[in-house]
Design a protein around this ligand. Structure first.
Ligand code: ASP
Length: 446
């Protein structure tokens, strides 16, 4: 498979959670044409109380590492059952045990991480689906390569995909993992990374389209749990998707578009349970005019405020401050600064037990400063590739907060940025999202 006759379809965990969903995929595959490739996640939750196979495997790794044999055996049985239940309902022979035993045998032997064992979730799922559909199974370990720091080797990966898939018409490939080129060890992407695998395969074969099949019919302007009347988004551009994912929209992994940048391959988000709904198309660029692509937000931030008179007169202060955050492994999400103070937004969870250490490190590199920590901060953002050209749209967001007497704790927007971000108190989070949605709606931006 190669070129614009072929399609790549990636199915997420909920689309592979049981035999009924495998059957849906078989029906859908009939629409996919003569040349196509299916990329899969590991089986997800069947209901709200269920556990994803990937989460079970992480736990199995921990139990095994801690030598808790009884718990590990129980978990292995539970994982095995997920696959054998699906296989028996589909009427096929399938035994995942040998593969799991093999991956488990390596746990704790040298410097193995959880990656190898956890990757078996996708591996076994792809094997099972390939058998059911009668397609070729191709192991992602032969196609996707990482360097010793876990960074994707894009060129080597795309070359391997193009070469290997050229000879095949219909294939199933496991998502989420690849091989560390120098050592041959299995490495995974971050959580949700099968989306990236799908994009790599699409780029490697230069597919017509990358369909990402999930359990929702695409993106909504904002979270429908907060704003039930939220509109669906027909089209987004790659940058908007990245901004929305970074601000908490969880439909696709934020790095999904990276392999597709510079190509003409679009992503369509489709619903496995409502395949005829239009979904959202994510394209390299879109005509935006007066439109906001999304309103997103997240709780759980802390603002670290560093104060010192004439802090900014010292040319290297920002570098030294950043170095202190890095030395304490505290990520920097936003960093507005002025003459006498510097505010750094980070995740509250990353500061656990580290406030004193960070204060000491900052004092060490910046001298006589005061450091304050404000917890309980939420970030809310409006995202659109036209924000840079529309002062009106930016004002609309702040009007919404002002009209509703919502205190703004911080503002951040870079030049040329596709988002404008405001920090508000956690207690105001939901009110802020609703207020921003209705203000944009009233002003014709949605
Ligand atoms: N199964 C992995 C996870 O749960 C990867 C994926 O689904 O994309 O994160």
């Amino acid at each position: 498979m190669q070129g614009k006759n072929c399609k790549v379809a990636k199915f997420g965990g909920t689309s592979l959670c049981d035999a009924a969903h495998f059957k849906k995929i078989k029906d859908l595959s009939e629409r996919f044409g003569n040349e196509h490739c299916i990329v899969v996640s590991a089986p997800g939750k069947r209901n709200a109380c269920d556990i994803k196979v990937t989460d079970m495997l992480y736990r199995l790794y921990d139990m095994r590492l801690q030598g808790k044999k009884a718990e590990a055996d129980e978990l292995k049985c539970a994982v095995t059952e997920r696959y054998s239940d699906i296989a028996s309902e589909l009427g096929i022979e399938f035994s995942p045990e040998k593969e799991l035993d093999f991956a488990m045998a390596n746990v704790g032997t040298d410097d193995t991480s959880a990656d190898e064992l956890v990757s078996r979730g996708e591996y076994l799922c792809a094997k099972l689906l390939a058998k059911y559909l009668g397609y070729t199974f191709i192991d992602a370990a032969e196609l996707i390569f990482f360097d010793e720091y876990g960074v994707l080797m894009m060129k080597k990966t795309l070359r391997a995909i193009s070469k290997r898939l050229r000879e095949t018409e219909k294939a199933v490939i496991p998502g989420f993992y690849g091989t560390e080129a120098a050592t041959g060890k299995i490495r995974t992407f971050t959580r949700g990374g099968s989306d990236i695998t799908g994009a790599l395969i699409a780029r490697g074969v230069d597919a017509k389209i990358y369909e990402n099949w999930t359990d929702v019919s695409g993106f909504y302007v904002t979270d429908p749990r907060l704003v039930p009347e939220a509109r669906k988004v027909d089209k987004l551009c790659f940058n908007e998707l990245r901004e929305l994912s970074c601000m908490g929209a969880s439909v696709l992994h934020g790095s999904t578009v990276l392999p597709l940048m510079g190509s003409d391959i679009s992503i369509r988000v489709c619903n496995t349970n409502a395949p005829d709904e239009k979904g959202t198309l994510i394209c390299p660029a879109v005509e935006t005019k007066n439109r906001i692509a999304g309103i997103a937000g997240k709780r759980g931030y802390t603002i670290v405020t560093i104060k010192k008179l004439a802090l900014g007169d010292d040319g290297g202060f920002a570098r030294r401050a950043l170095h202190a955050f890095e030395a304490c492994s505290v990520p920097v999400e936003h960093m507005p600064l002025s003459m006498d103070n510097l505010s750094v937004v980070t995740f509250t969870s990353s500061l656990n037990e580290k406030k004193e250490m960070l204060t000491q490190e900052l004092t060490h590199v910046l001298g006589d400063i005061s450091v304050e920590f404000s917890d309980g901060i939420s970030l809310v953002a409006a995202v659109s590739s036209m924000l840079g050209q529309s002062a009106d749209a930016v004002c609309t967001l702040f009007n919404a907060l002002a009209k509703n007497h919502i205190r703004i704790r911080l503002i951040d927007t870079g030049s040329g940025s596709d988002s404008v971000v405001a920090g508000v108190d956690d207690d105001d989070f939901e009110r802020a999202i609703r207020a921003i949605y209705s203000e944009f709606e009233e002003n014709g931006y949605l």
